[in-house]
Design a protein around this ligand. Structure first.
Ligand code: PGA
Length: 255
């Protein structure tokens, strides 16, 4: 069975010291996690957390990047800078970036390409708003977001990604998609990936669910065949809660 991928998205939370302490505890609690555990602290904490995680099995992700290698882009961070800080993954196209910071499909596509060039694993986020779901637009929206993000990315590169399905209406609302709702979209994403990379590679791409994941709903969500893990916001800020999510995911998919 595929091992789970559990990622913490800390968004704009935690100081450098808080992030490093958490990373130290995580490294001690999960010396050999059953699957992939990733934490995504704020930019300011990346280098310190990168130092803590050196030599451990826990992966470090950034929450965003810019697609250019360097230059006059005040306030932006390049892929090579993330690698320098110890990252091996990067979240791209989170719905908060799309909605609040007006990221377009074209930008997200450039960011995916830039991450891959630098050897970073993109965790590409897609997902519909409540309004889109109510208008039965979930599949077309997710398909458009995927196609825009993966435009001109080779099938060999696409298989290096993780894809997070995060329905916007479930993020930070306490209202998670049911396992059945999430599985339906995950299966749809898998079908699109099969068309681009073939059945074998598409089956290996981690498709992870995000949106009000908690210790209590992790097992049920990950019991679904196409839900390979979770991207966790609020419930990843507390150590015990995130550790319980990792443990529950391992119970469901670890062996
Ligand atoms: P949430 O956030 O777990 O707080 O809903 C998930 C995310 O935005 O990645």
């Amino acid at each position: 069975m595929k091992k789970p991928v559990i990622a913490a998205n800390w968004k704009m939370h935690k100081t450098i010291a808080e992030s490093a302490d958490f990373a130290r505890s995580l490294k001690a609690a999960f010396p050999k996690p059953q699957g992939t555990v990733i934490i995504a602290p704020a930019f300011t904490a990346l280098a310190a957390v990168g130092d803590v995680l050196k030599g451990s099995a826990i992966h470090l992700a950034a929450q965003n990047l810019h697609w250019e290698e360097k230059g006059a882009f005040t306030g932006e961070i390049a892929a090579a800078m993330l690698v320098d800080a110890g990252c091996d993954c990067v979240i791209i196209g989170h719905s908060e970036r799309r909605a609040i910071f007006k990221e377009t499909g074209d930008w997200i596509n450039r960011k995916v390409a830039a991450a891959l060039r630098a050897g970073l694993t993109p965790i590409l986020c897609v997902g519909e708003t409540l309004e889109e779901r109510e208008k039965n637009l979930t599949f077309p929206v997710v398909e458009r977001q995927l196609k825009e993000a993966l435009n001109n990315i080779s099938s060999g590169d696409i298989k290096l990604l993780s894809i997070a399905y995060e329905p916007v209406w479930a993020i930070g609302t306490g209202r998670n998609a049911t396992a059945i709702q999430a599985e339906e979209v995950h299966r749809f994403i898998r079908t699109i990936l099969k068309d681009t990379c073939g059945e074998h590679d598409a089956a290996d791409i981690p498709l992870i669910y995000g949106g009000s994941v908690k210790p209590g709903n992790t097992g049920k969500l990950l019991a679904e065949p196409d839900i390979d893990g979770a991207l966790v916001g609020g419930a990843s800020l507390d150590f015990d809660s995130f550790a319980a999510i990792i443990q529950n995911a391992s119970k469901e998919k670890g062996n």
